[in-house]
Write a new protein. Sequence first.
Length: 420
Amino acid sequence: MPSTILVGAQWGDEGKGKIIDVLTEDMDCVVRSQGGNNAGHTILLGSEKYVLHLMPSGILRKGVTCVIGNGVVLDAPGLVKELRGLADRGVKVGKNFWLSDCAHLVLPHHRGFDALRESKSNPIGTTRRGIGPTYADKASRNGIRAGALKDPKALAARIRARLAEANEIFKYHKQPLVDVDACVKEHLACAKILAPFVTNTAVLLAKIMAAGKSVLFEGAQGTYLDIDHGTYPYVTSSNTTAGGACTGSGVPPTAISRTIGVMKAYTTRVGEGPFITEDKVIGDLLHGMGREFGATTGRERRCGWFDSVLTRYAQLVNGFATVAITNMDGLDTLDKIRVCTAYKLDGKKLDYPPTDLENFARCEPVYKSLPGWKFDTSGVRSFKKLPVRAQDYLKAIADLTQAKIEIVSVGPKREETFFC
Ligand code: GDP
Ligand code: IMO
Ligand code: MG
């Protein structure tokens, strides 16, 4: 059975949660393999809105096993809160959920370091969820893994040791210290709830795949927030691109049968960093419709025209053959729609973004203007029923991306979607 990676082709918030929810109708298992509760994946079921931060977006489908893999950084109190929120709304989480013993725990000092870093010059505009410092501790082999949730004594001792070191640093910077006893108490309470879910998820996934089940890897963030391939340093601290699905879950690349890219019909970004096609016209339009506010921090998302230089490179890095295009209804009212086909830098035309941030920031967009379709697409349920101009727009952005259109989304709800 197929194993599919779903990856964001822009700067995150492409509508991955919604597409995952649609695709899980035919899936047995959904896996998160990187990021943490910096993610905010929105699913609309009727009038019920769910925003998932750590829990895979398959959790709303009965019979789907959800897995948080080793590459995720886990805010244990955050996950417990999410579990309670789901239970309050009648979503049962039991034997359909597993958590890797190798996922690293996000602790209060990580959030403190995140905030401290953001208060200095050149902030990244992080979600302040402690994501970067947790991955830094992991890389410097100072982290605490979720396996410790099964051993309360070891968990308490490790938290105390790590927080003692961290508090020395906070003291030096004249910052408030972390309350060690409160943190230990909170994590011991979380451990009681989470320990039954903790396991070796690489073995679990191997068994699921060997049984012929279909697995969907749910990307968090997007290609340009990737620590290696994104607009460094204005990125997150994990590999958000397709390769991260394997390293972050213990599933070999040979087990992956396909990758789907998700992209909005325009571009958005939250946080700092250059954004070549950013434009107030489209920002004002979308914000005026009450759209494009962050699902995690509530910040207004920056908006711009579709940038095919970004999506083309995303195709190259992730290897997706097909794309899911979301939010096309956001463009319904426009007379003319701009699409960035290439960049210009020092008189030269570029098909791919420069990897150096200063050069990237100096690029100018080369635009093609396409006529708008001026039609409410939210009720359309097939490609053929779209106005010809809307079809042409979708074909143009897919061609420029060098991928085929697989899914089109014309609204936030499950049913506001069609396959091509
Ligand atoms: P994710 O992080 O990639 O899962 O995306 P977010 O949930 O952060 O942001 C996507 C936003 O767009 C959410 O508010 C979704 O409900 C919404 N959305 C997704 N697809 C569509 C669509 O086709 N049309 C409209 N109007 N909204 C959409
Ligand atoms: P989903 O999964 C959009 C951005 C932050 C900031 C940068 C670094 O919902 O698409 P971090 O807290 O990760 O250290 O912040 O990354 N960012 C996201 N932007 N969608 C996300 O996730 C994001 N997760 C992080 O705004 O610019
Ligand atoms: Mg989001």
